[in-house]
Design a protein around this ligand. Structure first.
Ligand code: PHE
Ligand code: FE
Length: 289
């Protein structure tokens, strides 16, 4: 998502808005092969797991088996569908830079790809996470509007000093969100769809709680960056997510949150809509360790 580090501006070689050329011609065959391996694993796993807008987006953008996609090619289709584009950045960018891109319908994506010995996990988002994970959902008009609204909301949250609360909304929707459908729960979060193991864990494992999405509840819930989530939040539809966030002024929520305690990560509250009351066995056994 975003990070600081170059407080005084972009790193050498980057533009003032932190974008760089993707340098598509410079990828090696080994790098394209990493994409192909990851793509094939996820594309065979995700039908019946990822939501229809994601699967449709994957088809529409033709992110198929030929290697790391050229952003210029993706952007022609993405522009036509929802007016979004993907821009390459050197890695994590400062919050205000990230929000400015989103607010202008530009999604900043890592240009590098993980090494072949890091297929299953890496800390920094690479081009597979960013493009395979995030970009298909940007072909959906409702989700496209949500992401732009989030960018504007981020600028506002910075002003109120409550980015830590808004970041939880991003985490539990854009990165790790689940969607309720007539055929069962489906994944729309980029952090899940870009991970083989979490695409199974998030839907099938008895450990995590799966709870109905409630805006203020989500903003009170911390999250894990280093392991599978202990709680996933389920939205009834993308439109309900867009409505719940854009039709609510977050300023009064931020001021309530000044004094409200966080909800412990594995807690189920009496007012929660419970899809799964998790055993938390995975976390109790030490998780990834
Ligand atoms: N309505 C939010 C606010 O008042 C902005 C927002 C919209 C934030 C959508 C996130 C997602 O700050
Ligand atoms: Fe991400």
């Amino acid at each position: 998502m975003s990070a600081d580090g170059f407080a005084n501006g972009p790193p050498p070689g980057a533009r003032p808005d932190w974008t760089i050329d993707q340098g598509w011609d410079s990828y090696s065959q080994a790098e394209h092969d990493v994409w192909i391996t990851l793509y094939e694993r996820q594309a065979s796993l995700l039908p019946g797991r990822a939501c229809d807008p994601f699967l449709r987006g994957l088809e529409a953008l033709d992110l198929h088996r030929t290697g790391i996609p050229d952003f210029n090619r993706i952007n022609e289709e993405l522009q036509r569908l929802t007016g979004w584009s993907v821009v390459a950045v050197p890695g994590l960018v400062p919050d205000e830079v990230f929000f400015d891109h989103l607010a202008n319908r530009r999604f900043p994506a890592g240009q590098f790809i993980r090494r072949a010995d890091q297929l299953d996990y890496l800390q920094e988002p690479d081009v597979f996470h960013d493009v395979f994970g995030h970009v298909p959902m940007l072909t959906d008009p409702v989700f496209a509007d949500y992401m732009q609204a989030y960018g504007k909301g981020g600028q506002r949250a910075l002003g109120y000093g409550h980015l830590h609360n808004l970041a939880r909304l991003y985490w539990y929707t854009v990165e790790f969100g689940l969607l309720q459908t007539p055929r069962g729960l489906r994944i729309y979060g980029a952090g899940i769809v870009s991970s083989l193991a979490e695409s199974i864990f998030a839907l099938d494992d008895p450990s995590p709680n799966r709870l109905g999405f409630d805006l203020e509840r989500v903003m009170r819930t911390p999250y894990r960056i280093d392991d599978f989530q202990q709680v996933y939040f389920v939205i009834p539809s993308l439109q309900s997510l867009l409505d719940a966030t854009t039709q609510t002024d977050f300023a009064p929520i931020y001021s309530r949150l000044e004094t409200a305690a966080d909800v412990p990560i594995a807690e189920v509250l009496s007012q929660d809509q419970v899809f799964t009351r998790g055993t938390q066995a995975y976390a109790a056994a030490g998780g990834r360790l």
